[in-house]
Write a protein that binds this ligand. Sequence first.
Ligand code: NDP
Length: 252
Amino acid sequence: MANFDPAGYQPAQNLLEDRVILVTGAGSGLGRAAARSFAARGASVILHGRTLSKLERVYDEIVADQSPEPAIAPLNLLKASAPDYFALRDRIQDDYGRLDGLLHNAGILGTLTPLAQYDVNTWAEVMHVNLTVPFVLTQVLLPLLGNAADASVVFTSSGVGRRGRAYWGAYAVSKFGIEGLSQVLADEAEEAGRLRANAINPGRTRTGMRAAAYPAEDPNSLPAPESLMPTYLYLMGPDSRGVTGETFDCQT
Ligand code: NDP
């Protein structure tokens, strides 16, 4: 576990100035908070998500914040195929010429079910969205990340990605996988030195996914996504230069 104190971190107002950052699942929850927070610190954010109306809302919020104008990139990750990924890459290449940051945030819960009854199709969908897509997207975007002087890839993990828990099935296994993917990428990129990869565990957070997993819980007892942004900002910006292959907990 990396040694970082989110409470003591004071990100500069222009921390992400001139950086181009793609956030997956930017329409709600942690992705929305991260996109707004990156933009507020000067980044040009590419808002990816499944639901266009949610992305348009976040776009409006960012413009109202007087942050740099974002871009919108809707894509259903369950249905996307090679041409969709290449089209996204080409668009980023044409519009910006490089990618400085990539936050793999989109994810699905699947069902909370014992392995004995876990539906195989649900298993495959969760593994696809939570693990295979971050691999594919990273692979497709590597050349653009290579064009940046200080590129950062951040993968979203979970507590159940470090210690398995009953009934969390494919979700837990996909998060174990994401930690492995992050470490493999970090190790491969270390020699080049211009790209770092780390995994972040937000911890229990007030979002739609958390409410689906714990319907009886009072959402007001949970931290808001916005309160976790110091760790996200640290990992996306120059203050974490040289930090790679690590895992971070937003809540200690
Ligand atoms: P949300 O459900 O609010 O956000 C998930 C995002 O993923 C949404 O924007 C959603 O888009 C997008 N998404 C889901 N499926 C697809 C798809 N097929 N194609 C494109 N986009 C898709 O959850 P959170 O904000 O809580 O989750 C964000 C990340 O944080 C996830 O990786 C989650 O595993 C992780 N996490 C969350 C914790 C928590 O307590 N909340 C704890 C630990 C980890 P749309 O809204 O359009 O459907």
